[in-house]
Design a protein around this ligand. Structure first.
Ligand code: GDP
Length: 299
C-alpha cells in the first residue's frame, strides 16, 4: 500500500491540486463541473468515468458548497466502482501440470521483468516454475530471463538468439511436463512494427502449445506500461485481437502521473487486471486491489 500510494503520488497530486483550485470557496455548478471534468480527462481517467464522477456530484450536490475532501471521496468511490469488477487475482490451477501462462506486450512494457517477479511470487508459494525465453529476437531478453531464473530458482528453457520461438515453446512445455512443473511462463517478442509477423508468431506459439495440451495457454497476460498513457488503450485493442488476451498487468505505476489510464482501460475493455508493477525489484509486483488503487488515486 505504501509503495502504491507513493507510486501514484504524482497522479493523485495533479488531480487533487486541480480539485482544490476549483472548489475553494465556490459552489458546485455547471462551470465548476466542466472544469472538474477537464481535470479528470487530463488525468487519463477517460470520458465515461469522468462523466460518471461529475454526474454523481451534479445529482447529489448541485448548487451547494462542497469541500475538496468531499469531491475526492466521490472520485474514490466512483473509481472503485469501475475497478471492482476487473480486480481479479490470477488463479493458478494446481491440477494442471503445468498451468501455462503466455505473456505478451510491446517491448519495453515490462514483460520479462514481470515474468521474473511472477517467478519469485510463485516460487515463494512453493510452486515449481519453468520460464521459457520466447523473446528469441533479443539476446538481452534471453540473458535477462536467465538471470531471473537463477535469482528465483525457476528453470529456464532458452535457445540461441534468432531461434524459432514456437519450437522453443513446444520444447519448454515438454520439459515442464517432464519435470512436473506447476507453472510454465512463456515470454514472447513484442515488435509492434510488424503486426503481421507478430500475429503469425503468436498464433504459431499457441498452435504448438495446443498440440500438447488443448486447454493451454490457460492465461494470456498483456503487460502495459502506465507511463505511456493513452497509447496503452491501442495496445489492449491490438493484442486482444492478435493474442486473445485474458488478463492485464499494469507496470511502472511507481512515479507516473498517468496512473489514471488503468481506470480508462478497465472501463473500456472490462478485462481482468491481475497485477500491478510498482518498481523494478523482484518483490515489486502486487495483486491488483480496487479499493487501494482508488484511494491512492484520490489522494
Ligand atoms: P520487456 O521488453 O517488455 O521485456 O520489458 P523489460 O522487462 O525488459 O522492462 C523494461 C524496463 O522497464 C526495465 O528497465 C525494467 O526494469 C523496467 N520495469 C519493468 N517493470 C517496472 C515497474 O513496475 N516499475 C519500474 N519503475 N520499472 C519497471
Amino acid at each position: 500500500w505504501q509503495k502504491l500510494k507513493s507510486g501514484l503520488a504524482r497522479t493523485s497530486s495533479s488531480l487533487t491540486t486541480g480539485i482544490t483550485a476549483i472548489f475553494t470557496k465556490r459552489k458546485l455548478d455547471g462551470a465548476t463541473l466542466d472544469e472538474l471534468e477537464d481535470i479528470l480527462i487530463q488525468a487519463d481517467l477517460g470520458l465515461p468515468t469522468a462523466m460518471k464522477i461529475t454526474e454523481a456530484l451534479r445529482r447529489d450536490r448541485f448548487d451547494k458548497e462542497i469541500s475538496d475532501e468531499e469531491v475526492r471521496a466521490v472520485l474514490a468511490h466512483e473509481v472503485e466502482k469501475v475497478l471492482l469488477p476487473v480486480a481479479k487475482p490470477l488463479a493458478i490451477d494446481t491440477s494442471l501440470k503445468p498451468h501455462v501462462i503466455l505473456v505478451v506486450g510491446v517491448n519495453g512494457t515490462g514483460k520479462t521483468t514481470t515474468i521474473g517477479k511472477l517467478a519469485q511470487m510463485l516460487g515463494r508459494e512453493g510452486r515449481k516454475v519453468t520460464l521459457c525465453a520466447g523473446d528469441t529476437f533479443r539476446a538481452a531478453a534471453i540473458d535477462q530471463l536467465r538471470i531471473w531464473g537463477s535469482r528465483t530458482g525457476a528453470s529456464v528453457i532458452a535457445r540461441e538468439p534468432g531461434a524459432d520461438a514456437a519450437g522453443l515453446a513446444f520444447d519448454a512445455l515438454k520439459a515442464a511436463k517432464a519435470d512436473g512443473s506447476d507453472v510454465l511462463v512463456i515470454d514472447t517478442a513484442g515488435r509492434l512494427q510488424n503486426k503481421a509477423e507478430l500475429m503469425a508468431e503468436l498464433e504459431k506459439i499457441v498452435r504448438v502449445i495446443k498440440k500438447q495440451d488443448l486447454s493451454a495457454p490457460h492465461d494470456v497476460l498483456l503487460t502495459l506500461d502506465a507511463t505511456t498513457g493513452q497509447n496503452a488503450l491501442n495496445q489492449v485493442e491490438i493484442f486482444g485481437k492478435v493474442a486473445g488476451v485474458t488478463g492485464l498487468v499494469m507496470t511502472k505505476l511507481d512515479g507516473t502521473a498517468r496512473g489514471g489510464i488503468l481506470v480508462a482501460i478497465a472501463e473500456k475493455f472490462r478485462l481482468p487486471v491481475h497485477f500491478i508493477g510498482v518498481g523494478e525489484g523482484a518483490d515489486d509486483l502486487e495483486p491488483f486491489e480496487a479499493s487501494d488503487f482508488a484511494k491512492a488515486i484520490a489522494g
